[in-house]
Design a protein around this ligand. Structure first.
Ligand code: OOG
Ligand code: MG
Length: 268
């Protein structure tokens, strides 16, 4: 059962969910939801996100996993927030390694390099730990997330962004999947290249000291949402570095120590 406390009426929830859904599907920027609802809380944001997830599932999208966001200092500094958040991932957001992503379907995409986890046991909050996450991890793999805030100018407040499903748009898993216990995830280096130039670099520890900590945090937020993380989930632990804007013609490679690389390019 959801433990969220909302200040919204059912009508508010449906209206805001439709606004976010329209903006996502039509790649149309909208005003932050807090402009109309300045008192909106993070719980309100998750209530709208839950409604969006329900709608997408009713429309036939399949839930494949979840993402943690704003889990590194680089991301928090870039976006001016200090609290992590989560969003859901569906099959419609998955893009194969090396694919060409159409930018015209997005408002103002940015890319992030992330360490992703594939789970093989159910995980449940509210007291999930990084140790439990690692014990329930089948393998880890590198990923690029393509985020796209639907809010004008990528202008930020956490409540609105949570309602917009944490800016989730596309994701690409790839590289060389590995068992987590064969690696030291804290010190795994990652380099993000755009058009052959290194634009960002970092290491696993940038994400809450250890990426598994971010997954545990995610599971504990899921508990508040009234959800658990089922075995077979794909979970992204959050951008290691700041996100990088992309436009048509750009190609991006995220290279990870011990985990291979993931690439994607962008077309009109
Ligand atoms: C929110 C999503 C953040 C990450 O990895 O930190 C995120 C945003 O920056 O728009 O996906
Ligand atoms: Mg991300």
């Amino acid at each position: 059962m959801s433990k969220l406390e909302t200040t919204f009426t059912r009508d508010d929830i449906v209206r805001l969910c439709e606004r976010v859904e329209g903006a996502q599907k039509e790649a149309r920027p909208i005003y932050k939801l807090t402009e109309e609802y300045p008192e909106m809380t993070m719980d309100d944001g998750y209530v709208v996100q839950n409604e969006l997830r329900k709608r997408f599932i009713e429309q036939g999208h399949k839930l494949v996993g979840w993402k943690a966001g704003l889990t590194s200092k680089a991301k928090m500094k870039q976006m001016g927030v200090d609290v992590p958040s989560i969003g859901f991932l569906t099959d419609k957001m998955a893009v194969p390694e090396g694919a060409k992503v159409s930018v015209s379907e997005l408002v103002h995409p940015r890319v992030e390099c992330e360490i992703a986890f594939m789970t093989n046991q159910d995980l449940e909050g509210p007291n999930c730990t990084a140790k439990q996450v690692l014990a329930a991890t089948d393998y880890v793999l590198p990923a690029i997330e393509i985020i796209d805030s639907r809010f004008q100018k990528f202008s930020f407040d956490l409540q609105s962004v949570i309602a917009d499903n944490g800016s989730s748009a596309r994701f690409v898993g790839g590289g060389r999947p590995r068992y987590a216990d064969e690696l030291i995830l804290r010190t795994i280096g990652s380099v993000l290249e755009k058009n052959g130039e290194i634009v960002e670099m970092g290491a696993g520890a940038a994400v809450m000291d250890h990426p598994a900590e971010a997954v545990a945090m995610l599971v504990n937020i899921l508990h508040k949402l009234g959800e658990t993380l089922p075995a077979g989930s794909f979970v992204m632990s959050g951008g290691i570095t700041a996100a990088v804007a992309v436009e048509p013609g750009d190609s991006v490679i995220a290279r990870f120590q011990h985990l291979g690389s993931v690439s994607v390019s962008f077309v009109e």
